[in-house]
Write a protein that binds this ligand. Sequence first.
Ligand SMILES: [Zn+2]
Length: 209
Amino acid sequence: MLGPPGSGKGTRAHIISELYDLPVITTGDMLRTAVAEGTECGKIAKSYMDKGELVPDDIVNGVVRERFQKPDVEDGFILDGFPRSKGQADALDQILEDNNIELTHVILVVLDDKVIVERLSKRRSCPKCGEIYHLESKPPKKQGVCDVCGAALIQRDDDKPDVIKHRLEVYAEQTKPLIKKYRDQGLILETSGVIPMDQLRDHLKELLG
Ligand SMILES: [Zn+2]
């Protein structure tokens, strides 16, 4: 799965997972599991995470390699959030080749930057229980207050327009070569990020055949 933050990539991954009974593999999940299981790469990753630092590419790649040793990927899988850069994509090629696995589709969610900023900047979060709201599609019953626990809602820094614009720039810069690579390989399937939720399942079914 490729697509900018706020494009609905995760939602699509989840639907495809249900449709085809495939596990969704995210970078976050892989890292958490590797740390919990105390694998070789998990231990190194933990030392960075404990310091609040970004886990370096080669360690993330190692965690992915460890993940692909597990038998549940044999019948297929959905990668969400990895690879995020050309370096990671090249590492993935090597891991897949070593495990005799072929990449069949790269699903690219396409959505205008303006729409993403509009979408994400209307998000509000509860700092206490973690519930997420949206001023238009999922407003709290009482303005500014969490339905679940009654705490005052906040706008996370990540959801502020300037920060979103920066995240989108980073995304574009890192994934442009990635999209080209997969397009050259004929693997890209494009899906629009504005398809209504109730049509998404049928749309994805048709897209993947
Ligand atoms: Zn709450």
